[in-house]
Ligand binder design. Structure first.
Ligand code: SF4
Length: 88
């Protein structure tokens, strides 16, 4: 989904989704995310991508192989960890 427009972060040069149809990563509500996640699975910069999305509060699309909802869960878990809660 990424383009080399000169403004991208270094890790995006190694993105598995370079040139892949962005629609795959921003599916309609309720549409399958399987194909996008499969592209992410083989991506060497998955961690960088996920951290980028978490850092920037990306609300839409598949980033680092995770959906919006899955990223929200990570953000919540991290926030709990910072507060010293176990979440149990
Ligand atoms: S993890 Fe997925 S969305 Fe992120 S750069 Fe890799 S292929 Fe693209």
């Amino acid at each position: 989904m990424y383009e080399n427009d000169g403004s991208s972060e270094a890790w995006q040069d190694d993105a598995n989704c370079l040139g892949v149809d962005p629609d795959l990563f921003f599916p309609e509500r309720g549409a399958s995310t399987r194909e996008a996640k499969e592209v992410c699975r083989g991506c060497v910069v998955r961690e960088d991508c996920l951290e980028f999305a978490l850092r920037n509060g990306e609300k839409f699309g598949i980033w680092g192989g995770l959906s919006e909802r899955e990223r929200r869960r990570i953000r919540r878990q991290r926030a709990q960890a910072v507060r010293g809660e176990t979440g149990a």
